[in-house]
Ligand binder design. Structure first.
Ligand code: RUQ
Ligand code: CUA
Length: 654
C-alpha cells in the first residue's frame, strides 16, 4: 500500500472512531432491549452466585482480574507480573523470587492473553496461563488458590505476544516473539535487520502437575509473530501463528510493514517437532533463563536457572513449518470448534480469510507451493482457502465461536462485532461496541465445545460512557446476550487495566475445588510457628528474626525490645486461624515495604530495617473482628552500638 493510501485509511478510521464517539452514547444506552429486560438478564440477586467466572487480562497493569458473569461484579485482582502492595506480592520474602528474571528483579509487565488449561479441548479449570509481553515470560495461576504459582522466562524472545495459547490437552502452551532480534542476542547494526534478525517460537511443555519447561524453540524468519491458536480435533498436533512485517522492515512499520498484500500464518506441526527432538535433529543454544516456582508446602518461591534450549531450524526439519498466505497483516488467528477452519483476521481489511485444514493437508501432500521463504514452503493461497467472510466491517482483530456454529469477530476501526456463519461465511448480525473493541470473548469460545450464551466485548476507548475521571477513563467491557438471533447489549462495566483477551468457564467447574484455608499441620514454611508458646526472637549478628503469630485479636508477642538501629529485622508471621476467610494483616510504621496479608494457616515474612531509635507500633490492617482496632504491638528500637537485652512478651506486666 502506498504511503498516501495508508494515510487515507488512517484518516478514514479516525473519522469512524470519532463518529462512534459522538453519536454512540445515545444509541448505546437505548438498545433493542428495554433497560428493564437487560437488567433482569444480568441481575444476580444478593447472596446468589454468578453463572460464569470470567478472567480478564490487565494489559499494562500486569495482573489478571476475576469477574462474575453475567453480573460484571469484580471478585479479585490476582497479582501476576506486577508487584501488588495489597497482597504483598513481590514485597514479602516469600514471593520476591517470583519476579526474578535473567535481568534481575522486574516489578512490572504487560499481560495480554489469559488461557485456561484444557482437557480434550475443553477448559478444565485447573490452571490459567498468561503472557508477559515486555520481558518475555509465561505465568501459571492455580485455580484452587487463585495464586500465581509459576513464572517461566522465555530466552531469545522479545515481546512475548503470541502467547500462551494451549494445545487441546495442555501438552504445551506456545509463545511466539513479536519483535525479531539477533538470535542469540549480539551487538549488530539495526540496518542489518532484513535477513539476519530472527523470530523465535517457543513450545513450553506442561507436566501433569502443571510444571512448565521449555521443550523446544523454532528459529523463524525475522517477521513479527502476532497471535496464535492451536489446532483441535482434526487439526490437533498443529499450532498456527500469525505474522506481519514479512517485509522485514526495521523502521516506520506503520507504513513499511503494510506494503505486502499478504503476510503469513505459520502452521507448525508440533507432533513432528517432537520427532525431530527425539532424533536429536536440533541445535543446543546457550540461552540463560529463569524459572520461579511457588511451593505450597513451604509457602516459599524459589528460582532455578537454566543455560540452554533446544532450537529447531525449519530448513533442517522438512515438514515442520508451512506458510499460509493471508491478506492484510493478520492479527488474530482463531480455530473453529471442529478444528477444520483457521480464521485469519487481516487487520487492514474488511474481509476475513478462512483456511481449511483439510485443504492445507492436501496442498502439502501435492506440494502445491507458490514460493519458499528461508527454507519454509509457502502454500498456494487458493489451495488452502475455505472461504471469505465479506463483512464490510473494518479492521478485524479477533474471532470467537459459540455452540451453534456461529462466529463473532471484533472490528476495531468500525467499532463493532459481526456475527457470521461458519461454513457458509454469511454475515448474520452486527452490533456497535463502545468504543474500539480489541478482543472479544465467548465462554469456551476458543475451545472444542463453547458454552455460548454471552459474548464480552473488550473495548479500548471509553470516552463518554462513564462519569469522567480526569484525562483517562478506564477501559470497558460490554456484555452481550447471544442466545437469540440478534446480539443484545445487556451490561457495560469498567475493567482493571486494559483487558486484551479473556476467558470464562462455568462457575461450578472451579468453585467446588476452591481452597478455603491452609491447614496448619501442612505448613512446612521454614520459619512457621505452630503456637503462641513457640514464638520467639532470635539475633544472629545484625539479623534479627521475630517469630509472631496472629489470632483474633492479638499478636504474640506484642511487646518486643532489644532491636537496634541498623538491624535487619525479619518478621515471620504465622496466622493461626483455621477459619475460612479470616486473614490478618501486618504493617510496621516506616517500613519501606508493603503490608503483609496472611491467609489462615499461612506464614509470611516482612523485612524491616529500623532507621531511628524510638518505639515503633505495628498493627493488623485487615478488619478481622470487633477488636481489630486493638490488634497492635510495639517494638522498642535502641541506638546502634548499644547492647539491649532481647525481650518479648504478650499479656504480661513487669
Ligand atoms: S492483542 S486487542 Cu494482545 Cu489483539 Cu490485545
Ligand atoms: Cu487481625 Cu485485624
Amino acid at each position: 500500500m502506498s504511503l498516501k493510501r495508508f494515510r487515507n485509511l488512517i484518516v478514514f478510521s479516525l473519522a469512524l472512531v470519532l463518529m462512534a464517539s459522538c453519536g454512540g452514547n445515545q444509541n448505546g444506552s437505548k438498545g433493542p432491549l428495554g433497560a428493564g429486560d437487560a437488567a433482569q438478564k444480568v441481575y444476580v440477586a444478593p447472596g446468589e452466585y454468578d453463572e460464569f467466572y470470567a478472567f480478564l487480562s490487565g494489559g499494562f497493569s500486569g495482573q489478571l482480574s476475576v469477574y462474575g458473569l453475567p453480573s460484571g461484579r469484580l471478585f479479585k485482582v490476582i497479582p501476576v507480573f506486577s508487584v501488588d502492595a495489597e497482597k504483598a506480592w513481590g514485597f514479602n520474602e516469600e514471593t520476591k523470587p517470583m519476579l526474578e528474571t535473567s535481568y534481575g528483579f522486574v516489578p512490572w509487565d504487560d499481560s495480554h492473553h489469559p488461557e485456561l488449561s484444557q482437557t480434550n479441548g475443553i477448559p478444565d479449570g485447573r490452571w490459567i496461563f498468561i503472557n508477559a509481553n515486555n520481558t518475555p515470560r509465561i505465568a501459571r495461576i492455580d485455580l484452587t488458590t487463585f495464586e500465581t504459582v509459576e513464572i517461566i522466562e522465555l530466552p531469545n524472545s522479545a515481546g512475548n505476544h503470541s502467547s500462551p495459547f494451549t494445545t487441546e490437552n495442555t501438552d504445551y502452551v506456545v509463545a511466539g516473539t513479536r519483535f525479531s532480534v539477533p538470535v542469540p542476542q549480539k551487538d549488530m547494526a539495526i540496518s542489518e535487520y532484513a535477513g539476519n534478525y530472527k523470530g523465535i517460537l517457543s513450545f513450553v511443555e506442561i507436566a501433569d502437575d502443571g510444571r512448565m519447561d521449555i521443550a523446544f524453540q523454532i528459529l523463524m524468519p525475522g517477521y513479527n509473530y502476532d497471535l496464535a491458536h492451536s489446532g483441535k480435533g482434526v487439526s490437533d498436533g498443529w499450532t498456527f501463528f500469525t505474522s506481519y512485517n514479512t517485509e522485514e522492515s526495521n523502521t516506520l512499520l506503520e507504513v513499511e510493514a503494510s506494503k505486502h498484500d499478504k503476510d503469513f500464518i505459520a502452521a507448525v506441526n508440533w507432533k513432528l517437532a517432537e520427532q525431530f527432538i527425539a532424533e536429536g535433529n536440533y541445535e543446543e543454544m546457550n540461552s540463560p533463563y529463569l524459572r520461579n516456582f511457588y511451593d505450597e508446602g513451604t509457602q516459599m518461591a524459589s528460582t532455578e536457572k537454566f543455560e540452554k534450549v533446544k532450537v529447531l531450524k525449519p530448513e533442517d526439519c522438512p515438514g515442520l513449518v508451512y506458510f499460509l498466505p493471508t491478506p492484510k497483516s493478520p492479527h488474530g488467528v482463531d480455530v473453529d470448534p471442529t478444528g477444520e477452519y483457521i480464521v485469519g483476521n487481516g487487520k487492514l481489511s474488511a474481509e476475513l480469510t478462512v483456511h481449511s485444514f483439510t485443504k492445507m493437508k492436501a496442498a502439502i501432500e501435492n506440494e502445491d507451493f507458490d514460493d519458499e521463504k528461508y527454507g519454509i514452503p509457502v502454500l498456494n493461497f487458493d489451495a488452502t482457502l475455505a472461504g471469505v467472510v465479506k463483512s464490510t466491517g473494518l479492521g478485524p482483530l479477533h474471532t470467537e465461536f459459540d455452540d451453534k456454529g456461529n462466529a463473532y469477530t471484533s472490528f476495531f476501526i468500525s467499532s463493532e462485532v459481526i456475527k457470521w456463519k461458519v461454513g457458509t461465511w454469511e454475515v448474520l448480525d452486527r452490533v456497535p461496541s463502545y468504543y474500539s473493541i480489541g478482543h472479544l470473548m465467548v465462554p469456551g469460545g476458543d475451545s472444542k465445545s463453547p458454552w455460548g450464551k454471552y459474548m464480552l466485548a473488550l473495548n479500548k476507548i471509553t470516552k463518554d460512557r462513564y462519569l469522567p475521571t480526569g484525562p483517562e477513563v478506564n477501559q470497558s467491557a460490554q456484555l452481550f446476550d447471544i442466545s437469540g438471533d440478534k446480539m443484545q447489549l445487556i451490561l457495560d462495566f469498567p475493567t482493571v487495566g486494559e483487558p486484551h483477551y479473556a476467558q470464562a468457564i462455568p462457575a461450578d467447574i472451579i468453585m467446588n475445588n476452591s481452597k478455603q484455608l491452609y491447614k496448619l499441620e501442612e505448613n512446612h514454611h521454614p520459619h512457621a510457628v505452630m503456637s503462641e508458646e513457640d514464638t520467639k526472637v532470635i539475633r544472629e549478628g545484625n539479623v534479627v528474626r521475630i517469630y509472631l503469630t496472629t489470632i483474633r485479636s492479638h499478636f504474640a508477642p506484642d511487646n518486643i525490645e532489644g532491636i537496634k538501629v541498623g538491624d535487619e529485622v525479619y518478621f515471620h508471621v504465622t496466622n493461626l486461624e483455621q477459619d475460612y476467610d479470616v486473614p490478618h494483616g501486618f504493617a510496621v510504621m516506616g517500613a519501606r515495604n508493603s503490608e503483609l496479608l496472611i491467609m489462615p494457616g499461612q506464614t509470611e515474612t516482612l523485612l524491616w530495617k529500623p532507621q531511628y531509635e524510638g518505639v515503633i507500633p505495628f498493627y493488623c490492617t485487615d478488619f478481622c473482628s470487633a477488636l481489630h482496632q486493638e490488634m497492635q504491638g510495639y517494638i522498642r528500637v535502641s541506638p546502634k552500638g548499644s547492647s539491649p537485652e532481647l525481650k518479648w512478651s504478650v499479656g504480661t506486666y513487669e
